[in-house]
Ligand binder design. Sequence first.
Ligand SMILES: O=c1ccn([C@@H]2O[C@H](COP(=O)(O)O)[C@@H](O)[C@H]2O)c(=O)[nH]1
Length: 237
Amino acid sequence: MKSFKPIIALDFPNEQETLSFLNQFREETLYVKVGMELYYQTGPSLIEQLKSRGHQIFLDLKLHDIPNTVYSAMKGLAKLGVDMVNVHAAGGANMMKAALSGLEEGTEHGKERPLLIAVTQLTSTSEEQMKTEQLINTSLNESILHYARLTFDSGLDGVVCSALEAKIIDQHIGYPFIKVTPGIRLHGDNLHDQKRVVTPEKARELGSSAIVVGRSITKSDNPYETYMSIKNTWEAK
Ligand SMILES: O=c1ccn([C@@H]2O[C@H](COP(=O)(O)O)[C@@H](O)[C@H]2O)c(=O)[nH]1
């Protein structure tokens, strides 16, 4: 199975704060996640800087639009040379297939295409919220499995889900389908806006392929130490 370092969510408002955070990590090369907050302020130039420092990049823009728009957007994103990108599975099979075609066509000849994964249900969504707001009348696990199957059948590499759903996805889809799991909390507490949370140890036990950790590292008193301790726990697998 492909092995990923813990992915640090760089949820910062600008380049300066991002780089001063990263400077604490000395020579360590990281797998970082650039999301909407940061990318919408900095654009491709920050991606170039992160690459020049040797970091791997998950560009987490969660595309969700009509197939043609997603196709063209992915074609452009492929040129950035990032390692992983994503869409919302709720955009449907045609949209996901269009995303994959765009990525394949946009990837420079001889380079590896970025991994493409799809968000099933956000880790900030509870079963109750899914039922009352999205009017999806199944269990949360069934909805996530449905989106995971749709994603797999559309030819993508994996999904974003909580580690709580990693096992059921393995049972029905298997390897090498990737499960990227945010909602990681060091004490498993429902901190902030997350609803489906898991500790790094539990995520490992449950079969997560990659954990995404934001505020537990970025807001800690010693981000470097916190990251190293999470990494050691994760690599003990
Ligand atoms: O379902 C999802 C999809 C993406 N995210 C992103 O992961 C990080 C989590 O940050 P924390 O501070 O560790 O909560 C954040 O960038 C989200 O946009 C997610 O949490 N859940």
